[in-house]
Design a protein around this ligand. Sequence first.
Ligand code: ZN
Length: 303
Amino acid sequence: MGDKVEIVDVGPRDGLQSQAELIDNDVKLQLINRLVEAGVKRIEVASFVNPARVPQMADIDKLIPRLKTSNDISYIGLVLNEKGLERALRTELDEINAVIVATDTFCLKNQGKTSDRMLESVKNMARLAQDANRFFGVTIGASFGCPFEGEVSPSKVLELVNTLVDMGVSEIALADTIGAAVPSDIRRIVDTIGKAIQETPLRMHFHNTRNTGIANVAAAIEAGVRIIDASCGGVGGCPFAPRATGNVGTEDVLYMLHRMGYSTGIDVQKIIETSRWLEGPLKSETPAMISKAGLFPPEPLSA
Ligand code: ZN
């Protein structure tokens, strides 16, 4: 158990992709640069999806060449199929992250394939990405519950984890896409997949749909997970999951982790400022709490 936690800010992709207000590349770039400036080292910036289905990602190929490059910053692009992978491989993105959904109904809606068929597709993509020497992670969506099929058994997730580990993927992320999980679910899944995952880094992705997001982060940390997804301001959703709401807010996660004694290398004050700035382009309030309540102990007033 180390005391360092790695935060992946998924705001520029997961956070923005389902916002009502169309966000242009200049604003996205500003958001990404602010996150870099605050000390975030891994940022999910793109999703290579059909622009007709996700208009927020339509101009993404033009954004990527504008990203500041640096050896210690890793930009992530999401792919849902081979076509997306081809596009991602043509870019300079550091990491490719494929998605598979644990249940058939959701996987069909999200990616047009059943979970088993998608696994075949992920296998192909893993080989292509590995041939291209690219970091290739896989997210298992709806790992803790499906909006269409209900409960998802940890044994189903274990089955997928086993196959992904055999493929030699670079990282596995478990996503609570619809914010159904509670802390005991997190402990149970870590117990279930603990041995199977071997040396593969494990990352967790929580949405705060039912107000259990931050509790789930705490449970994941206590279970030994050291890579956590969050989005600045807690913005987010999913275009294919009914009533999905935001990711856990980066500033909320940082506040909690720092007070628990973990280090992240990220300046929470800069994230708070970014979260407040983001309310401008979004034309709405960001849902994260710390940007409203402020830090504790409070910053001394300057006047
Ligand atoms: Zn998500």
